[in-house]
Design a protein around this ligand. Structure first.
Ligand code: ADP
Length: 623
């Protein structure tokens, strides 16, 4: 027998589950039944496709029984794939899921909030320790001879020892604690199975002791009998017609396959008939999956062929930008025995995928028109993945452009490109946007103050990926999108600066340019500034400051591009500087004009000490 400590993550997770999820303790049954169903799915697939398993006497079912008495027990058995010693160690001693550490570090210690997060993470097998003070897993892997018994009290350690089991499959025995006592009852189990697992595709049998009375009067006798009854519908929910299903059915099914405690934001059930026959059932979770931004996120869509589970680990089933979708694709037109390589190039699957993407996007479009409040809930979670679609899915670009939302100088909350276009001024040529790291910085950027003053709307793009994605949009319905961070954009901006002022300030512009030397690409008279003395922009083909910083933070070589400094000729500082002759002073002020403009764009100063010295020299003079 070997006794082993849980990996730290497991102990942490166990602690959290027990302390934050207690008000949802009943979900343990859903999780265990869902594991049993997965194990049956896996073996079913093997018995149909692998010669080594074809001869197995496979009778897929889940059995649940309980023992009353002093120490109550709940026992859940499946005839699925089972586990060997190595599996037990890996699956029930660690948390195999990637990103677990990351996830745990996001928890706050606030039980309510954490309960939500853990719900998203999916608690799985370990949730049984909410209602049991000891859990035993007796299991034998299909095709192998040895059986093993895994035991733990859910504190720090577990043990594994060799054991006896007649056939392959898994039996989980829960030694119920006080919290769990209520589940040793026919009625509560039946209710829970109906509620959470009605549409598990395999039969779930409940064993209970039935008491009847026989005879009459004094001869009346109590008769006890063990009965075994199938409790669930055991039909694949997605194969039913929509009219047979209620919203509640869809929601409960989602919770089982999505390991979520919340209802989904949206579900979409499609049956295609004709040249291709398939069924899809997609869900969008209310909260983005916790691993959505991890490269090794877990795919959420399962593939079935004629109701037989094939894989839940195939990321190509849906485009990466829709990786938050949960659900099922069930095709009648695929061979059962499909290898991974074949899957990825399979025409049938590709057609299903393309049609599904279109369907999901059009459903979202409908939602955006029909239920704005709900749509905004969606946007708050998934705007960014949709943007990723802009540069990965050109076929659906038009649809995506309608779906994505932006912050703006004109409206509170979110706006679409379509709504922007409707608000455009008669003589406005382009759609303007500003990119940068932080919404607040952008709203206060000198770059947009001229636009704001003239009532021209600017879209605020502070999402990390905007810098890459948005410039690639180019045009929206024949209107060009222009970045105000770039030099050329101000050209279609009617300037308030008259020729006379321009002439007057020319000599100073030259002096500033001389002072700054190679720190700038150029110094020009600004047409867009109103309250600030200066701003910086990138030359048309140069990366913006923000882009350079982003590349750097990603550890990539950022091309060093110097900015163009725009100077506001009507600002008091500039007007006064025109008559200054002290060269050193002009020098200092020139640098300060550049440096403050950089700070306003969220750029870093290379030598803050020099900046402070300059500032102090100028202050001393002014006082
Ligand atoms: P998840 O189901 O999300 O992977 P769990 O903690 O619930 O997480 O289960 C961990 C793993 O243990 C499963 O992925 C599976 O490999 C294995 N497992 C759990 N229950 C069973 C079972 N009844 N039969 C076979 N394997 C199981």
């Amino acid at each position: 027998m070997s006794k082993k400590k849980f990996k730290t993550e497991v102990s942490q997770l166990l602690h959290l589950i027990i302390h934050s999820l207690y008000s949802h303790k009943e979900i343990f049954l859903r999780e265990l039944v869902s594991n049993a169903s997965d194990a049956l799915d896996k073996l079913k697939y093997l018995t149909l496709t692998d010669d080594n398993y074809k001869k197995l006497d496979f009778n897929p079912r889940i059995d649940i029984k309980f023992e009353d008495g002093d120490k109550k027990k709940l026992i859940i058995t499946d005839s699925g794939i089972g586990m060997n010693e190595e599996d037990l160690d890996k699956q029930l001693g660690t948390i195999a899921r990637s990103g677990t550490k990351n996830f745990l570090s996001t928890l706050s210690g606030d039980e309510k909030k954490d309960a939500n997060l853990i719900g998203q993470f999916g608690v799985g097998f370990y949730s049984s320790f909410m209602i049991a003070d000891k859990v035993e897993v007796l299991t034998r892997k299909a095709g192998e001879e040895n059986a093993f018994l895994w035991t733990s009290d859910g504190e720090n350690a577990y043990s594994i020892k060799e054991a006896e089991r007649d056939t392959f499959g898994t039996t989980i025995t829960l030694h119920l604690n006080e919290e769990g006592n209520e589940y040793a009852s026919r009625w509560s189990l039946e209710n829970l199975i109906k509620k959470y697992s009605d549409h598990i595709a395999f039969p779930i049998f409940l064993e209970y002791e039935d008491t009847t009375w026989e005879g009459e009067g004094d001869d009346r006798k109590e008769k006890k009998e063990i009965k075994v009854e199938q409790v669930n519908a055991a039909s694949a929910l997605w194969k039913k017609s929509k009219s047979e299903l209620k919203e509640e059915d869809y929601n409960e099914f989602y919770k089982t396959i999505g390991h979520d405690n919340d209802d989904p934001l949206l579900y979409l059930h499609t049956k295609a008939e004709g040249t291709l026959e398939y069924t899809t059932l997609f869900y969008i979770p209310k909260k983005a999956p916790f691993d959505m931004y991890q490269a090794d996120y877990k795919a959420g869509v399962k593939l079935y062929v004629s109701r037989i589970f094939i894989t839940d680990d195939e990321k190509e089933l849906m485009p990466t930008y829709l990786r938050f979708l949960r659900g099922i694709i069930d095709s009648e037109d695929l061979p059962l025995n499909v290898s991974r390589e074949i899957l990825q190039q399979n025409k049938v699957l590709n057609n299903i995928k393309n049609a599904s993407v279109k369907k999901v996007l059009s459903e979202l479009q409908k939602l955006s028109e029909g239920n704005q409040e709900k749509y905004i809930e969606f946007i708050e979670q998934y705007n960014r993945p949709l943007k990723e679609g802009l540069y990965s899915d050109f076929t659906n670009r038009e649809a995506l452009l309608e779906l994505i939302r932006f912050k703006s100088t004109e409206v509170e909350g979110w706006t679409s490109l379509g709504a922007y276009k409707e608000r455009m001024k008669d003589d406005q040529k382009s759609i303007y946007f500003i990119t940068g790291e932080n919404e607040d910085t952008l709203r206060n950027s000198p770059l947009i103050e001229g636009y704001v003053k003239k009532g021209i709307e600017v879209l605020i793009m502070s999402d990390e990926i905007d810098e890459i994605v948005i410039p690639s949009i180019g045009t929206y319905k024949e209107t060009e999108l222009k970045s105000v961070n770039k030099s050329g954009t101000a050209d279609d901006f009617k300037s308030d600066v008259d020729e006379e002022t321009e002439k007057k300030v020319e000599p100073l512009i030259k002096k500033i340019k001389d002072a700054l030397g190679d720190k700038v690409k150029d110094v020009v008279i600004s047409k867009r500034l109103s309250d600030s003395p200066s701003c910086i922009v990138a030359d048309e083909n140069d990366p913006t400051v923000q882009m350079q910083q982003m590349l750097k933070s990603m550890g990539q070589d950022a091309p060093e591009a110097t900015p163009i400094l725009e100077v506001n000729p009507t600002h008091e500082i500039v007007e006064k500087l025109e008559s200054v002759t002290d060269k050193d002073f002009i020098n200092d002020v020139s640098f300060l004009l550049l440096e403050q403009a950089m700070l306003m764009e969220g750029a870093e100063l290379k030598k803050p000490a020099d900046f402070v010295k300059r500032l102090n020299r100028v202050l001393t003079k002014a006082l």
